[in-house]
Design a binder for this molecule. Structure first.
Ligand code: AMP
Length: 395
C-alpha cells in the first residue's frame, strides 16, 4: 500500500509518497511560492533532486505537477495514480471537534472550515490541498490528521485561561497546542526504545523548530503543552513572541497607534529571536553572530534557553517528576550548544549531559550520562510517518 502525505502551507505544498510495506519514502518534495510568478517544485527520489520551474497559480496546479513527477516516465516511482491507495493530509487546527485522525467527508471538511478562524493561514491552505486532491484524484480515500488532536487529553485546569469563562463557552477560547503529530511520534518512539518497566514514562518533548513548543506527556497522554490558542504562545520562538505579560501588547499598541492586525504581525513575524537580535530568525545565523561576540545574539540565546528550561521545570511539577526529556525538530535535533545550555540549567533536577554523546545532529541518540536522574534524548521527528500510518489504519 502506497500513501501520499500532503502538508499544505498558504504558498507551499510538501509531500511524501510512502510505501507502507516497509515504510520507505519513495519520493518527497516541496512546491514553493504557489501563487507567485517564480513558483517551483523540488522533487527528490532517494539521493537525486529534480527542480521543476512551473508557474502554479494555485494548489490544484501544484498537486497536478507533483503527481506528474510521481508518474514521470524517466524518474517516476509509480506507473499510475491507481497505485496510490490513499492521501493523508496534515491539518493544523481541529479545535475540539477532533481528538484523532479521521476519514475526510463533507462533515469533516465543514468542521475544518469552522476552525479556519483559529488558524487562518494553515487551515485555509489545508482545505485548498484537500480540494485540489479531490479534483486530481476523484474518489481517492483521504484522511485528516490534526496537530491539535493529541493535545485533546489535556485536563481543563491546564487548557483554560483565567479569563471570564463565557469566552470559552461562547467562542471556545482555550489552549489547543500544536505539533501534536510530532509529539505522538517522539513520545511513542521513546516508549519503544526504552525498557518500559511495566509503565509508560513521564516524558517532556521539546519540539524546537521555527515554530517551537514543549509538551508534558504522561501515560501516553498530553497533560500540558506550551502553545496556546494559536501557535504564538508558549516559549520564545525564532520570530514569534511566546508568552508575555498581556498588558505589554496593549501598551505597545497605545504608544505607537498600532492596529490589532499589525500587532499580530509584529508578534508573529518580528519578535522572538529575530526581534531581540535584529540579526535573523534562523538559529544558525544567531549562533554564528553569538560566537563572533554579538551581545544581542548572546542575550537572545540566553533568553531562549531560560524559556525552555522554565517550561521543563513547570512540567516537573505538573507530572510530579520527569523520566525522559527529548529534543526534536530543526533546533532540537541540530543545535548542540542550545541542548547543552538547557541541560546545564536542569542540573538542579539531576540532569547530567554527556558532552561527547551530545555532539550529534539529527540522529536518535541518548545524550545524558549514565548518572543523570533524567534521561535526555535526541529523537528526529517524523510527522509524515504518523500521518501515513493513521491513513493506512483508517482506509
Ligand atoms: P524547523 O522548523 O524544524 O525546520 O527548524 C528550523 C530551525 O532549525 C532554524 O532556526 C534553523 O536554524 C535550525 N536548523 C535546521 N537545521 C539545522 C542544522 N543542520 N544545524 C543547526 N540548526 C539547524
Amino acid at each position: 500500500m502506497k500513501i501520499l502525505v500532503i502538508n499544505c502551507g498558504s504558498s507551499s505544498l510538501k509531500y511524501q509518497l510512502i510505501d507502507m510495506k516497509d515504510e520507505e519514502v519513495l519520493a518527497k518534495g516541496n512546491f514553493e511560492k504557489i501563487g507567485l510568478e517564480d513558483s517551483f517544485l523540488t522533487h527528490k527520489v532517494k539521493e537525486k533532486k529534480y527542480t521543476i520551474n512551473k508557474k502554479a497559480d494555485n494548489h490544484e496546479i501544484a498537486i497536478k505537477t507533483v503527481l506528474q513527477q510521481l508518474t514521470n516516465k524517466e524518474y517516476g516511482v509509480i506507473n499510475n495514480l491507481d497505485e496510490i491507495s490513499a492521501v493523508g493530509h496534515r491539518i493544523v487546527q481541529g479545535g475540539e471537534f477532533f481528538d484523532k485522525s479521521v476519514l475526510i467527508n463533507d462533515d469533516v471538511i465543514k468542521k475544518i472550515k469552522l476552525c479556519i478562524e483559529l488558524a487562518p493561514l494553515h487551515n485555509g491552505a489545508a482545505i485548498k490541498g484537500i480540494e485540489a486532491c479531490k479534483v486530481a484524484m476523484p474518489g481517492k480515500p483521504m484522511v485528516a490528521t490534526f496537530d491539535t488532536a493529541f493535545h485533546q487529553t489535556m485536563p481543563k485546569e491546564n487548557y483554560l485561561y483565567p479569563i471570564p469563562l463565557r469566552f470559552y463557552s461562547e467562542y471556545k477560547i482555550r489552549k489547543y497546542g500544536a505539533h501534536g503529530t510530532s509529539y505522538r511520534y517522539v513520545s511513542q518512539r521513546i516508549n519503544e526504545i526504552m525498557d518500559k518497566q511495566g509503565k509508560e514514562r513521564k516524558i517532556v518533548v521539546c519540539h524546537l523548530g521555527q515554530g517551537a513548543s514543549l509538551a508534558a506527556i504522561q501515560d501516553g497522554k498530553v497533560v500540558d503543552t506550551s502553545m496556546g490558542l494559536t501557535p504564538m504562545g508558549g516559549i520564545m520562538m525564532c520570530q514569534r513572541v511566546g508568552d508575555i505579560d498581556p498588558s505589554v501588547i496593549t501598551y505597545m499598541m497605545e504608544k505607537e497607534n498600532i492596529l490589532p492586525r499589525d500587532m499580530v504581525e509584529l508578534l508573529n513575524k518580528q519578535s522572538g529571536l529575530l526581534g531581540v537580535t535584529g540579526v535573523s530568525s534562523d538559529f544558525r545565523e544567531i549562533e554564528k553572530a553569538a560566537s563572533g561576540g554579538d551581545e544581542k545574539a548572546i542575550l537572545a540565546i540566553k533568553m531562549y534557553v531560560e524559556k525552555v528550561a522554565e517550561f521543563i521545570a513547570k512540567y516537573m511539577v505538573i507530572m510530579q517528576g520527569i523520566d525522559v526529556i527529548a529534543f526534536t525538530a530543526g533546533i532540537g535535533e541540530n543545535q548542540i550548544g542550545v541542548r547543552e545550555k538547557i541541560c546545564e540549567k536542569l542540573k538542579v533536577f539531576g540532569v547530567q549531559i554527556d558532552k561527547v554523546a551530545n555532539n550529534c545532529r539529527g540522529e536518535e541518540t541518548k545524550i545524558s550520562s549514565e548518572n543523570s536522574q533524567i534521561e535526555v534524548w535526541v529523537v528526529p521527528t517524523n510527522e509524515e510517518l504518523v500521518i501515513a500510518r493513521d491513513t493506512k489504519k483508517l482506509v
